[in-house]
Design a binder for this molecule. Sequence first.
Ligand SMILES: C[S@@+](CC[C@H](N)C(=O)[O-])C[C@H]1O[C@@H](n2cnc3c(N)ncnc32)[C@H](O)[C@@H]1O
Length: 212
Amino acid sequence: MKQINNYIDSVFQNKNELLEEVNSSIEENGMPSISVSPSSGKLLTMLISISEAKNVLEIGALGGYSGICLASGFGREGKLTSLELEERYAKLAYRNLSKAGFGDQVSYITGAALQNLEKLVEDNKRFDFFFIDADKENYENYLEYCIRLADPGALIVTDNVLAGGSVADQEAKPKRYTEIMKKFNETVANHPQLESLIIPIGDGMTISKVKK
Ligand SMILES: C[S@@+](CC[C@H](N)C(=O)[O-])C[C@H]1O[C@@H](n2cnc3c(N)ncnc32)[C@H](O)[C@@H]1O
């Protein structure tokens, strides 16, 4: 899986200085280096652009790497709402999105995502694209909230679903979240309101379409 991803990154990923600076800023601020991979980021940009999504909800901002990839897909016409537990991370993400020219199109809501998702439901908010990339223990809860907040036909993209390949490969080193992801993948695959497939890029991304 790693070899294939390195190959894809090397052939298809054009050097993006801005995104490299985002990852440097994450390191300089003593935050974990767990942004999506370059190819996963590119896939996010392409999916937003192909689906023409304009109202995007992200769960898990970190330093804004995936936020910039998402916003790059809608250009000047969309809006990104991003949920992040840590105030400090959201501040850095906002600085990075502003640097990238999306400062007036992004809003960060800090604190535990579950509570903020409930608030978005109460406020009757709707989104046409979701990116789930936060605490794995809550993925099933996040998925259900995203479906409640979804416009018909919306896309839900979820990261880390292959857990470094360990969900399928007995030889791969198990991750803390391997069993969680196995269960999550079964739920997504059999969900009556979703049509889904895993794309084995980065740590594995599921693309789900909410049925109309
Ligand atoms: C893998 S990182 C996100 C990476 C980011 N999507 C990117 O690729 O640029 C996971 C993020 O989820 C946040 N997080 C963890 N638990 C959370 C929770 N309960 N509610 C909201 N955010 C949470 C973490 O603080 C961290 O910033």
